[in-house]
Design a protein around this ligand. Sequence first.
Ligand code: G3H
Ligand code: 13P
Ligand code: ZN
Length: 311
Amino acid sequence: MPLVTTKEMFEKAYKGGYAIGAFNVNNMEIVQGITEAAKEVNAPLILQVSKGARAYANHTYLIKLVEAAVAETGLPIALHLDHGSDFELCKSCIDGGFTSVMIDASSKSFEDNIALTRQVVEYAHDHGVVVEAELGTLAGVEDEVNVSAEDSSYTKPEDVQEFVERTGCDSLAIAIGTSHGAYKFKPGTNPQLRFDILEDVAARLPGFPIVLHGASSVPQNFVEIINANGGNMPGAIGVPEDQLRKAASLAVCKINIDSDLRLAMTASVRKYFAEHPDHFDPRQYLTPARSAIKDMVKHKIINVLGCDGKA
Ligand code: G3H
Ligand code: 13P
Ligand code: ZN
């Protein structure tokens, strides 16, 4: 089976009350950990590549790794550009074999966001590729962009219909209180996603797939393992998993998770070196790291996304 777009995945997810996991990939072990988990529980997958990942690993290596994962698993897998910043980057990924791109013009004015998104949609659709756009601004860190909590803004439901109609985008990322990175909310606070906004957006866009970025939950046991083994991560908490599960049962069809995989991998490597200070063969410490990613992804698929058995 070749790489697929997200069209059919999202139609089924919307009707079935579940979401597809979009996991960021940067190297072979991450691709293998994610796809081995999905294979075991028969889940469809979105593997996404950021501008930074593409600079780190090289477009061709990433494409070949993902193609290898498709061949190994036989699963429906979409290859997606995460946070495309401009037309040229989106075009390069479309020309280079991606089946889905995000154009993130959420920091621009409403009219400029529409114009740039429309330009990407026209090119993408001519090439059989689907487009995710974003309205509203999430707090947190992504690539070189660092948005403070004060500069973040919730999506305005009254804007979404006009935006989708004028751009022709295939899915829409909205801001309802999630944020990027491992430092989302202060410990002791009680994060609450704005389900009122999600429900209002869904009512204005019946059947249309909604995307949530910044959806890691920052499991405290991993932060503790990192800090117990030479790390120094300040306290932080993430998005409660029960709230993500609820979002997945509503209009949210794609949930982006990166930081939790980073935490799982880093905790594993730090623990390994603390226990085996004399080891230096990368295969020795990357084997448990890959398993840690696999366990994390399996947990997300079964307990958060609900897409197990849906491939
Ligand atoms: O939202 C951003 C993703 O976590 C990707 O992060 O740009 O550091 O690769 P990155
Ligand atoms: P997290 O940092 O919460 O994992 O979000 C990842 C993301 O939104 C990628 O686009
Ligand atoms: Zn994101």
